[in-house]
Design a protein around this ligand. Structure first.
Ligand code: UD1
Length: 334
């Protein structure tokens, strides 16, 4: 399939482009490079032997999207979005404009070009703060109230996509709800490169292991979890990438909205992540317990049965693999 990949130079997008090429598809990247580097394309070429085309454009630019789509596509995977939770609280209009507004323009251009197979980058954040008694989260679990504009933008975009499919049943829409994507490509050539001090746990731990930051601040050890620290379903970005190819191959052209959790189905605590990273890096990772971070939930992890049964997809990489690959990337990129 010839696949338009918006945000294909970003963290999850670039790994998905690798998986698409390796599965014999032809991805074309559209990216405005606001949070990604052009050099990613050459790195994808080194990994796969095929350098994908990159069109530097913004998905909000309807004219540009219509022009790109003139060359003919079978499907679109839509990653392009802003994702910093704290920044979304400070700049809600920027987030709604980019994420929701970008999706509007893209859908309009796709509809005009009769490209109606669409895979959407959603998030477990749509479940809000789940009652721990209801874990694991099922795709049918209620969508909660987000605690920030980034989360609301994902909830809104899911709803918009459901409405679009009702209005025109020809659409085939897969909503992929990611849990906590971490790790990096095994080659050490692709990974996440947050600017400034990372907000997310594993990129922060990576910088402590490398000595760039002095210690991890563990946000709370009084949660109702086995060791008191937050529990999350960390999923290797390369497994996540394969999940997109599976959704595309199983659902392309099939009318409807299909929702899948992409996670491992297993929760790991903050202290377990620190211990695994110490094992894989061979570096001491000092930490300090501090107060809870506003907006954090105690635990969340996925039920991944639906993706396993319907997409024939399951993860193959465990927490130690995630830490080992993150560490290789950390050492290569600095
Ligand atoms: C966060 C976002 C979520 C987004 C996801 C992307 C929030 C509230 N949620 O999820 O919307 O989809 O990233 O991966 O920001 N922790 C520490 N010390 C740190 C950093 C994190 O103890 O320096 C803890 C947190 O309290 C949490 C766990 O590590 O228990 C995971 O945190 P993080 O990696 O930021 O992910 P989420 O908050 O789950």
């Amino acid at each position: 399939m010839r696949v338009l990949v918006t945000g294909g130079a970003g963290f999850i997008g670039s790994h998905t482009v690798v998986s698409l090429i390796e599965a014999g598809h032809e991805p074309v990247i559209v990216d405005n490079l606001v949070n990604a580097k052009r050099s990613v394309v050459a790195r994808i070429g080194r990994i796969t032997g095929h350098e994908p085309e990159l069109v530097e454009a913004d998905v909000r630019d309807l004219d540009a999207m219509e022009k790109v789509l003139q060359s003919g596509y079978d499907a679109c995977i839509h990653f392009a979005a802003l994702k910093a939770v704290g920044e979304s609280v400070e700049k809600p209009l920027l987030y709604y404009d980019n994420n929701v507004g970008g999706t509007f323009a893209l859908l309009e251009a796709l509809s005009g070009a009769e490209v109606k197979t669409f895979v959407f980058s959603s998030s477990a954040t749509v479940y809000g703060d789940p009652d721990p008694a209801t874990l694991p989260l099922l795709e049918s679990s209620p969508i909660g109230a987000a605690t920030n504009p980034y989360g609301w933008s994902k909830i809104m975009m899911e709803q918009i996509l459901r409405d679009v499919q009702v209005s025109d049943p020809e659409w085939s829409i897969s909503l992929l709800r990611y849990f906590n994507p971490v790790g990096a490509h095994q080659s050490g050539l692709l990974g996440e490169d947050p600017s400034g001090i990372p907000n997310n746990l594993m990129p922060y731990v990576a910088k402590v292991a490398s000595g760039e930051l002095s210690k991890v601040k563990v946000f709370g050890n009084d949660y109702p979890t086995p060791d008191g620290t937050g529990v999350r379903d960390f999923v290797h970005v390369a497994d996540l990438a394969d999940g997109h190819v599976a959704a595309l191959e199983k659902r392309a052209g099939e009318q409807g909205v299909f929702t899948y959790n992409l996670g491992t189905g297993e929760g790991h605590s903050v202290l377990e992540v620190i211990a695994a990273y110490e094992r894989q890096s061979g570096k001491p990772i000092p930490y300090e317990i501090v107060g809870r971070r506003a907006g954090d939930v105690a635990s969340n992890w996925a039920s991944v049965e639906k993706a396993r049964l319907e997409l024939d997809w399951q993860t193959t990489r465990d927490l130690d693999d995630m830490c080992a690959d993150s560490w290789r990337w950390q050492q290569n990129s600095h």
